[in-house]
Ligand binder design. Structure first.
Ligand code: FE2
Length: 375
């Protein structure tokens, strides 16, 4: 399996059966997206912590926002996968907010835990076997999701000053070869839908593989933050690069060390980019309404930045304990009916006056802003 004809990265898999062999072509289910077109263009805050568990790790993906480059979904599965899955038209990155388990794949078992990004190249057949409750943030893209080019040398190796290194990349740790007969259902995402096939053998019939295309995990806790004397803009947090979007990790870190630094971001207009931030962990308790699982969306064309009072309050802060995942897209995002239901309707006004929580915060660490700034 390979990318870009025979010119891109590839892996060779040694199968017991012809991978073309199918017993039955099953039904095709088109993907249906229920769009919400808001009446007004404004900053938004969605509370996602309470979404109801539903489906399995695939059918339970609840689309929140999307465009032609990336789909962002929330997933809290309530049942086990009774089929195998393969995304035939996109790469996937799954951020594991809560839960652990094993991603069984045709390349072998990949164990995962909370804080991991699971990177699954298109064409990888897999099945989740989870240990208990899960909460996932799922990115799916028709483009290729990769390690940013500027983190690598001309040969592709990670540079030592990149925020993560080879030791942080975990490939499948055990190849299991199955020789079982009997019906096995494989669902493949193709043509904006799901095509079901029935095989008469276990799809993990590989006795070995080699190459550059395989699933892996990377823990957000292994991201080494880059900080400076004055404020470093978001590209310093970049973790993955996609087609017209980036994924960034905001991790606990020391802050800008100039005695006069204002260690939260300046106001900025992301003119042709949309910025989604998913809040994973940190002390947001003093900010009314902001909580773990909150998602903010700063759409293109209008500025955002620290709320009133925060820049002053941040002076002298030396560290932050926030943990957040950001996705910046370079084309507008569309929202779903799910987003409409989770929208707090108030966030756009949060720059209008100094929030009570900011006035009341006793210490910098209690600061409701987090240091991504965007509160
Ligand atoms: Fe921003």
């Amino acid at each position: 399996m390979g990318l870009e004809g025979f010119d891109g990265n590839e892996s060779i898999l040694y199968h017991l059966q012809s991978p073309c062999r199918i017993r039955e072509v099953g039904p095709f289910e088109p993907i249906v997206r229920e769009e919400w077109v808001p009446d007004a263009h404004a900053h938004r805050h969605f509370r996602t912590i309470g979404i109801a568990p539903a489906g399995d790790e695939i059918s339970g993906r609840q689309l929140l926002m999307w465009n032609d480059d990336v789909e962002l979904s929330l997933c809290r599965p309530s049942e086990a996968m009774d089929f195998f899955y393969r995304n035939g038209e996109g790469d996937e990155v799954i951020f594991v907010h809560e839960g652990s388990g094993t991603l069984e794949t045709i390349f072998g078992d990949l164990s995962y835990k909370a804080g991991d990004y699971i990177v699954i190249p298109r064409g990888t057949t897999y099945r989740f076997t989870s240990d208990g409750p899960q909460r996932h943030l799922v990115f799916e893209s028709p483009g290729i999701i990769q390690i940013p080019r500027r983190y690598r040398n001309e040969y592709g190796q990670l540079l030592e000053h990149a925020p993560y290194y080879h030791r942080d990349i975990h490939p499948p740790n055990e190849l299991k070869t199955y020789r079982d007969g009997g019906d096995h259902v494989v669902k493949v995402r193709v043509k904006d839908g799901y095509q079901t096939y029935v095989l008469d053998y276990h799809p993990f019939d590989v006795v070995g593989w080699d190459g550059y295309v395989y699933p892996w995990t990377f823990s957000i806790h292994d991201f080494e933050p880059i900080t400076g004397r004055i404020h470093m803009p978001p590209p310093s947090h970049q973790t993955f690069g996609g087609r017209n979007f980036v994924i960034c990790s905001f991790c606990p870190r020391k802050l800008d060390f100039d005695p006069q630094a204002i260690p939260i971001p300046y106001h900025h207009s992301n003119l042709n980019s949309e910025e989604m931030i998913y809040y994973v962990d940190g002390n947001f308790s003093s900010r009314k309404g902001i909580e773990i699982g909150s998602v903010t969306l700063h759409p293109s064309g209008i500025p955002h930045g620290p709320q009133p009072g925060l820049a002053e309050k941040s002076i002298g802060m030396t560290e932050t304990h926030e943990l957040a995942v950001m996705c910046d897209t370079f084309h507008p995002l569309r929202l779903t009916a799910l987003a409409q239901g989770l929208d707090d309707g108030q966030y756009a006004y949060s720059w209008y006056e100094q929030p009570e929580a900011v006035k009341e915060a006793k210490s910098a660490d209690e600061d409701p802003a987090g240091v991504t700034s965007h509160f």
